[in-house]
Design a protein around this ligand. Sequence first.
Ligand code: KG4
Ligand code: ZN
Length: 346
Amino acid sequence: MRVLGIETSCDETGVAVYDSEFGLLGDSLYSQVEIHERFGGVVPELASRDHIRKTLPLIQEVLEKSGTTLKEIDGIAYTAGPGLIGALLVGASIGRSLGMSLDVPTVGVHHMEGHLLAPMLEDNPPSFPFVALLVSGGHTQLVRVDGIGRYELLGESLDDAAGEAFDKVGKMLGLAYPGGPRVAKLAESGTPGRFTFPRPMTNRPGLEFSFSGLKTYVRNTLAEELAKTGEVDDQTKADVAFAFEDAVVQTFVIKCRRALQQTGLKSLIIAGGVSANLRLREGLQAMVEKEKSALFYAKPRFCTDNGAMIAYAGCQRLLAGEFDGLEINVRPRWPLDSLSPIQQSA
Ligand code: KG4
Ligand code: ZN
């Protein structure tokens, strides 16, 4: 089955063609970062309007790139939520209309299920069951995954998502949006040990997260430096970025180890934008080796939002016989553990 995937839940238009027999045939991404940069965050209405401009040309481009004609498309998958409602409606309307005109089934995909399954696109994919750490701009969740649609939430953030914390700290350090990759870059020249930030909620049992206290710690540290010396120099900013990233990584290492031990599972996958973070990958890799477990993740461009993960997840659901009714539905809020399980075909 050959599936066209469309992702428009936030500030990236992603399109891909995935074939259940031949794998990923082509994908393209258009990032709206430049549009939103000067506002310091995503402006929903601007996002929707730009998705309208970009989605059809991107579909055309990916079809050409993957040597696929519209007639060869057997199904269409689009992100139905969670996300910005206007942005979601663009992908859903285009996906559903194209499906109707081609007379092929369409399916609305859960964005985080897409992220969660992205490591399946790699050469050495994980097999079920596994523990998944989902870390994006809007979500921080630990999930037990027993199959597609068989998700048990083990713990999540009580306040900010990890990516959101990275972005807010980026802002405090005077970095452009999105702060995550920029904080990571700045941390490379940071001095280990100059600052040590707390690892939130690691001293008590459980698998919940909280990042707002850590964020405040960063703000206070920068304010103290400013009061002391009258400025926050570049080296200090890098040292703060290092300490922040280190605290986030160590928090995830502690909680993921706990999740593996509690579930008795031996595979950990990380997915979502923050899973592109190199120090997070290194920290978790060292931990799983000690736990005699294995770590899986997607290549960096499939960690952040993309069409390939939606095409893949949609293909699995279409193969299992799922498809939309006549109405166009999107769900800005949509709990991952409310999804229905499918027959394992991955
Ligand atoms: O999954 P994603 O592309 O979009 C959402 O579904 O939210 O995640 C975006 C988030 C942003 O907060 C961004 O700053 C963060 O992922 N991010 C990173 C890195 N690359 C992206 N955070 C830390 N280190 C990175 N290398
Ligand atoms: Zn995402």
